[in-house]
Design a protein around this ligand. Structure first.
Ligand SMILES: Cc1cc2nc3c(=O)[nH]c(=O)nc-3n(C[C@H](O)[C@H](O)[C@H](O)COP(=O)(O)OP(=O)(O)OC[C@H]3O[C@@H](n4cnc5c(N)ncnc54)[C@H](O)[C@@H]3O)c2cc1C
Length: 367
């Protein structure tokens, strides 16, 4: 049977970042994905925002890895010529309760090590963003946007330069632990094969729980329940009225229907939150009135005719609809007892921002 050092299951930003880092230390790293290319699921269906890390509870992995990950990602973009823009963001308030939330956010951000938030008055906002309606806002200068596809291509090129392999259209069917690690059964377009590896990394995003269930010997008590939560986007035709990202106060387990720009300057609004049972994408035109209402809170002169259904993405959430905060889960043998296995569960937002730090954290468990 052929042998490799490590098999990484899932070529989204997380698997690619782990592959790029691990291949600097190991000779035989194999990254597989069941789809026909890398990054075809959540990693290409998100807001492409580099988050500042201001909301997450102190000492959570999300806070720690987002704040450090943001800095690392900006450096990486600079070094490897990946298109990005540090546009900044405004978190906007419309009443006393929301203004109170802004105050709390300043304190939360400080606890997370983010000390650059600036509170702006209505008058200052009118000057800065004339189309915006808000009584006050927090300006976060370290929030930005990134071209995720270029980022993923760069990670893949890095892996390639260290002779790691990426194989598409290859699905992990099951894994069995033995004294040397794992025997993994793969399905490559109907051709079934087996490979021996020492380490197995499960970063299969929306399917991480399914992959974990197919690892013999892994007790189900270590597989947390996953909830799929779809978020829809509408694009805006015409020139963006905003020069930075505009966020309402977060609600409903999401960051609220915000306005974000992509690298080409295209303005889009979203995502909302809808818990779903099926992995079906698409944006129903009937969602438009809800979007118009939410957007007009901070952009009253919005012409609804300019909004078009664009795309959707599905969050792999550990947080059920009415749950409180749930953190990223990165599990190794100290948790589940299976030597060589690392499982990643619930890598929803800010997973993109945190990806390089998540990769560092995972690789540190191996080398
Ligand atoms: C609507 C939305 C907006 C978001 N906005 C942001 C944002 O602005 N900023 C931010 O930081 N984060 C954001 N996120 C979160 C971010 O997109 C994710 O954290 C990140 O993309 C997760 O990457 P991943 O590699 O874990 O998962 P994925 O990209 O889903 O990759 C997992 C891969 O595993 C593969 N796979 C699954 N099962 C198998 C198998 N059995 N065998 C082989 N391959 C398999 C899949 O085909 C897939 O390609 C957002 C997410 C959503 C849904």
């Amino acid at each position: 049977m052929d042998k490799v050092d490590t098999i990484i299951v899932g070529a989204g930003v997380i698997g690619l970042a782990i592959g790029a880092r691990l291949s600097q230390f190991q000779k035989n790293v194999l990254l597989i994905d069941k789809n026909s290319s890398f990054g075809e699921e959540t990693s290409s269906r998100n807001s492409e925002v580099i988050h500042a890390g201001i909301y997450y509870p102190q000492q959570s992995l999300k806070a720690e890895l987002c704040v450090a990950g943001k800095n690392k990602l900006y450096e990486y973009c600079e070094q490897r010529h990946i298109p990005y823009k540090r546009l900044g963001k405004l978190l906007v308030a419309h009443n006393e309760d929301e203004e109170e939330y802004l105050q709390q956010t300043i304190e939360q951000a400080k606890r997370n090590g983010v000390n650059d938030l600036i509170l702006l008055t209505e008058k200052q906002l009118t000057k800065l963003e004339p189309a915006l309606s808000a009584t006050s806002a927090l300006h976060s200068p370290s929030t930005g946007i990134i071209d995720v596809h270029s980022y993923m291509q760069s990670l893949l090129a890095e892996m390639d330069s260290y002779n790691a392999m990426f194989v598409a259209q290859t699905k992990l069917l099951q894994a069995e632990s033995n004294t040397e690690g794992f025997v993994v059964t793969l399905d490559s377009q109907g051709e079934i094969s087996q490979l021996q590896c020492q380490q197995l990394i499960n970063c299969a995003g929306l399917h991480s729980q399914k992959v974990a269930n197919n690892i013999e010997g892994l007790s189900s008590q270590y597989i947390p329940q996953l909830h799929w939560c779809r978020g829809h986007y509408f694009s805006y035709s015409g020139k963006s009225p905003f020069s930075q990202l505009i966020y309402p106060v977060p609600k409903d387990n999401g960051l609220g229907i915000h306005a974000s720009l992509d690298i080409g300057g295209q303005l889009k609004f979203g995502p909302d939150t809808l818990y779903v049972d099926e992995l079906v994408y698409g944006v129903a035109a009937e969602l438009k009135p809800k979007f118009v209402q939410a957007i007009q809170q901070y952009f009253p002169s919005l012409d609804p005719e300019r909004l078009q259904p664009a795309y959707s993405g599905i969050r792999p959430k550990l947080q059920a609809k009415h749950d409180t905060f749930k953190d990223f889960v990165i599990q190794d043998q100290h948790v589940h007892g299976l030597k060589g296995l690392i499982n990643l569960f619930g890598i929803d937002s800010p997973g993109l921002t945190s990806s390089l730090l998540i990769a560092e954290r995972v690789v540190a468990k191996i080398i």
